[in-house]
Design a protein around this ligand. Structure first.
Ligand code: ZN
Ligand code: ZN
Length: 159
């Protein structure tokens, strides 16, 4: 849980700053700058560092950090899934992993997507990965062409 009050002066935080209020964060950055101004290798960049240090007390800084981590995790999960599914289209063997799509073999993918997307994309990918690891044959990779063609068939051809 984020703090509601400044950790130094106890003032109520305005929502943009975390841990410390604006004034205390600025003061803390000033102290940090003072303590580091003689650091070798930082000459000329000191002001920038002090500003970056100040950023750490703001919500935006941590939000950006969290979304970076999520993006990285998403890529990790996708790579792992693609590797397990042999990095190629299950129908035509097209193998450009940048545009391969994860397909739910027996349909039901849409409902599942909706369910998990409400939580997060990463939780959906995690669920797919776990299913593959359990040995269930629920998912396959399709290239965009085959995916479109399969959708067309489902719509136009009666089994
Ligand atoms: Zn304060
Ligand atoms: Zn294909």
């Amino acid at each position: 849980m984020p703090r509601k009050n400044c950790g130094k002066c106890g003032k109520t935080l305005d929502g943009k700053n975390l841990f410390l209020c604006k004034e205390c964060a600025a003061e803390s950055a000033r102290v940090w700058y003072y303590e580091h101004k003689e650091d070798p290798g930082r000459k000329g960049r000191k002001a920038k560092y002090a500003k970056e240090y100040y950023q750490r007390f703001t919500k935006d800084y941590w939000n950006a950090k969290i979304s970076t981590r999520r993006r990285e995790r998403r890529l990790e999960l996708r790579t792992e899934i693609l590797n397990l599914l042999e990095n190629k289209c299950a129908l035509c063997s097209f193998a450009d992993e940048r545009i391969l799509e994860i397909d739910h073999i027996n349909g039901g993918g849409r409902k599942e997507l909706r369910e998990f997307r409400a939580k997060s994309w990463n939780s959906y990918l995690k669920n797919v990965l776990e299913s593959i690891k359990r040995g269930e044959k629920k998912y396959r990779l399709l290239c965009p062409n085959c995916n479109r063609l399969e959708a067309w068939k489902r719509e136009h051809e009666t089994p």
